[in-house]
Design a protein around this ligand. Structure first.
Ligand code: H76
Length: 478
């Protein structure tokens, strides 16, 4: 009897600890039970996340040894991305790191950089602490391949962090896990020796991340890259551990989805379809389709783009590529905001520490536009309305913005309203009123301003019903 009772309680205890947690509330039926999946299922609403979201426009800076050859190796120019030159030209690590002897950016002035990037309208700066090549912009103690061991010798990252913060902008760190300079890096784990080496590599990388988080505690975000290899996908636990570690070391920090893989190797979104990290970061040099991809409005996301087709680091010859005009860049920014995302525009400084003419001009043009029309970008998001032929809607609280890129010949901009609502007032951002007309079919038109602004411009709309515009429009859609 005693025996039986004991057995029964043993069975109960076993049940409690094994079966119940698996069928409990945590893992709904039909879902995978994951140890390293998403850490929360709703978008973060704390002040740091709101700040990230509110900024909407950031600047990316890709700077490393690759700026020195600028796309040309031994007389041959490669059209591919300049920061990948080591790979295109099959340069050995030893030869590549000889470039360190030429790292002497005499015109590098962190304060001038910060001022310039701020003038673009960007509210934060994402800096490549280490790209795939492995060269560190900070004096890492864990590798010889750093700024410290160059003729310049200065802590470029530290100077930038201070200068960017002093200009009132946030600093985000780009960090490539894939590291071509490290002997223990493996893209796949074929043998047990590979696994042992890669384990050492993960320890090394953890050490570098600890360095960055502790040396530069004002960092607001870690943006991981170079995380696609099978070796890392098989070590999803490590990506979860790094997310946790960084959040402990830097309270409030945000981490992009690209770092993460779950227990089953699923990236960005876990095997149950939940976003990992704090925001989705897969839109690189492309944007979600404004009609088909409305799902992105449900989570935070950030896209990034280059000025040429695909050059992040400095490439000497931009004539090999199409280069975007300022108004196209503005359209990409607005497109992202209209779907609830952030946009980061990339700059690839020269090896001497200055910026190329085209980038300086772009900064001026963007900055001028943002100064005049930034109201429809900062703090704005998805309005719950589809993209129109004339451009995009964005929204902030009860204000709706029409960002007009394509002027209709008629001069009349069609305004689509959810049932029961009407535009009460339309004006330019300086307050100039615009005429609203109701058509026979119950549609509304807003008249173009008498003087064509000759550039993408913004109309502010007040609508009839009170309450949250965003919510109302969302309701109207479903
Ligand atoms: C592929 C790739 C990398 N991801 C972009 C953000 C650049 O850093 C590019 O080299």
């Amino acid at each position: 009897m005693w025996h039986m009772k004991n057995r029964l309680s043993l069975l109960l205890v076993t049940l409690m600890f094994t079966v119940l947690p698996m069928t409990g509330q945590k893992t709904p039926v039909g879902e995978y039970s994951l140890k390293y999946g998403a850490s929360c299922s709703e978008p973060r609403q704390d002040t740091d996340m709101q700040r990230f979201r509110h900024h909407r426009l950031g600047a990316f800076v890709h700077w490393g040894l690759y700026a020195i050859p600028g796309g040309t190796w031994e007389g041959k120019t490669y059209r591919g991305a300049a920061e990948w030159l080591k790979s295109w030209a099959k340069v050995s690590n030893e030869d590549w790191m000889k470039l360190m002897a030429q790292w002497n950016p005499e015109r590098f002035d962190a304060r001038a950089w910060a001022r310039m990037l701020k003038a673009s309208g960007a509210r934060y700066v994402k800096i490549t602490t280490k790209h795939h090549e492995g060269f560190c912009l900070w004096p890492s103690r864990l590798t010889p391949f750093t700024v410290e061991h160059t003729p310049h010798g200065r802590d470029v990252l530290g100077e930038l962090v201070e200068a960017v913060n002093d200009e009132g902008m946030d600093v985000h760190f780009y960090f490539s896990v894939m590291d071509w300079s490290h002997p223990d890096y493996r893209s796949s784990l074929r043998t047990s020796q590979d696994s042992v080496a890669f384990a050492r590599f993960l320890d090394f990388t953890e050490g570098q991340l600890r360095e960055l988080a502790t040396r530069y505690p004002t960092v607001k975000d870690f943006w991981f890259d170079g995380t696609w290899d099978a070796s890392l996908r098989q070590n999803g636990w490590w990506t979860a551990k790094m997310e946790k570690m960084l959040k402990q070391l830097v309270p409030g920090v945000t981490v992009n989805s690209r770092l993460r893989a779950d227990d089953r190797g699923s990236r960005h979104f876990d095997s149950n379809g939940r976003l990992m990290g704090d925001y989705e970061s897969g839109y690189e040099r492309r944007l979600p389709d404004p009609v088909k991809d409305l799902k992105v409005t449900q989570w935070d996301w950030e896209a990034c783009m280059t000025l040429p087709e695909n050059q992040w680091g400095y490439h000497r010859d931009w004539s090999l590529s199409y280069v975007k005009a300022p108004h196209e860049v503005v359209e990409h920014i607005v497109h992202a905001v209209s779907m609830g995302g952030n946009m980061v525009v990339n700059f690839g400084p020269q090896p001497d520490g200055d910026f190329r003419r085209e980038e300086k001009d772009m900064v001026k043009a963007l900055g001028n536009w943002m100064k005049r029309y930034g109201e429809c970008v900062y703090g704005c998001g998805y309005a719950g309305l589809r993209k129109q032929d004339w451009g995009y809607y964005t929204a902030k609280d009860d204000t709706l913005y029409m960002v007009v890129f394509n002027r209709p010949y008629s001069g009349m901009l069609n305004v689509v309203m959810p049932k029961g609502q009407s535009p009460q007032m339309a004006c330019l951002l300086d307050g100039t009123p615009l005429r609203i007309e109701e058509t026979a079919s119950g549609e509304y038109h807003v008249a173009m301003p008498r003087k064509d602004p000759g550039e993408p411009f913004v109309i502010r709309l007040k609508i009839s019903r009170s309450g949250s515009t965003k919510r109302q429009y969302r309701e109207a859609l479903t």
